[in-house]
Design a binder for this molecule. Sequence first.
Ligand code: GLY
Length: 603
Amino acid sequence: MTSRDIRQKYIEFFVKKGHKEIAPVPLVLEDDSTTLFTSSGMQPLVPYLKGQSHPEGTKLVDSQPCLRLEDIDEVGDSRHTTFFEMLGNWSLGEYFKKEQLSYFWEFLTEELKLEREKLYVSVFEGGSGVGKDEETVKIWKSLEVPEDHIYFYGVKKNWWSRTGTPDKMPPGEIGGPDSEVFYEFTQVKHDPKYGEKCHPNCDCGRFMEIGNCVFIQYVKKEEGTLEELAQKNVDFGGGLERITAAVGDQPDVFGVDLFEGLIKQIETDTDREYAGENKQTMRIIADHMRASTFLIINGVIPSNKMQGYVLRRLLRRSAVKIQKLNPDKIVKVLVETSKKVLENYDGMFGVEKEKQVGLVGEVITTEIERFGKTLDKGLKEVQKIDKINGKAAFDLYQTFGFPLELTEELFREKGQEIKREEFYKEFEKHKELSRTAGIGVFKGGLIADTPKTRKLHTTAHLLQASLRQILGEHVQQKGQNITEERLRFDFSHNSPLSKEEIEKVEKLINEKIEEDLSVSYKTVTLDEAIKEGALGFFKEKYRDTVTVYTIGDPSTRQTRGSLFSREICGGPHVEHTGEIGSVTITKEESAGAGIRRIYIKLL
Ligand code: GLY
């Protein structure tokens, strides 16, 4: 069975069970400032898991391209990747544990015909004030999963939220206990290096997790406690590449069809074999090129900021890996591998090979030619350094363009660790830190959903509408970043704002706050939203439905003012602008050619 067959079977199976297939979203969400990348299928569904009604109903299914950087250091083993496709199904307050576990079990054993003896499950043993999941154990037993195939783990393994364990969830974040299914590759011998006894969550490669049923039933409160959600949800996510590996009883995920062509291409172009040490190197290149290709077609270009920095890091790391295999072939390997990626996904997820192949090749070539000029010298410099410290890592970054993480990896190979604080201190000295995404953003990438961030999020909409009224309709949002302390907002405009203009903008926002306009939302098709004049500046348009937030909607009873702002946005927002209190613009500056930046604080 190919990955294409499995993807189709999964969607069809859940459609038969009454689910609606929804369109996947781009890897980089333009209207979601809380995260760098789509890292799970549930990401675009967060408002609906919290209770907002979804236009397609309460039972949903899709396959979603995802990017996770948390596992980047693990890439190179037989099963970790940064980019992957997540099969997902959801119950928004509809069915719960019994149906989910039965459906998934039926899919695995009857549709995919996986051998029952090779399937194991894990269940939440309790923790963080939430009890052991006895109900799930009963259900697995009723499905005839033998007792010795049921394992128990705590919050580290059997709790899921976008940010991890309950203590790591910011206020407003949702999550819950989960139950995972594992496939056992009996041909893989346990390696005692990973512990005396093998078990489903052992890292030796004998077991592979192929699906995670999350019972999203908690939300983190500001006080730090977990509260039951009114709506009990199911959020299932399973990696298509891994499920395909299990179906083929193939312990190396890089051996499945989605990777096979890529690895072959790398072998041909480097004239090296996928064997021994080269295996790990080729897996990393194949993985990173899938991620990079998707990032580029999503409009990301290599830079020192946010998503652009991640792309730069993936491409430069790949270049260093190819350097080891065959230094003359760096650009060729990267470009040819990216073509294979486009081929694998042609016609899906916004991929149009013929149209995009030129762009992807150009972005890669430009970046690697730039890096290639200093790569050799940089690597020689690395060899010369006896003891690496933050300052040396910073010099490598600034002079040779070595991303910090790459330098760290090169010294881990030499048995050295870099103190990140030292590196960042150097950065601060050069006043560049605020222009660059720090590791905090890369790892979690989420901001808290608190009363303050909600107020600032609504302020961002008021700001954009005010800027367009005062400066003109050419103003378009270019970026946004919200912390508990302030809103940072980038927009297109050619000249610095005068003192008078800043005052006018601030005054208009505060007037709209005082008018206490209602903030309402509805979900419509993208076409409808655009027809209605909702603002939203997307590069990618392959999603069907969007949420439109309106401030001062004349059709709502409570509204005193008239329509002021209408934007495509994922929320969350305050309900009435009066909740914001009042705001002040603290700074206005340039953020690049033709882009201005404004900082706003709550008073
Ligand atoms: N959303 C479930 C998972 O990512 O495992």
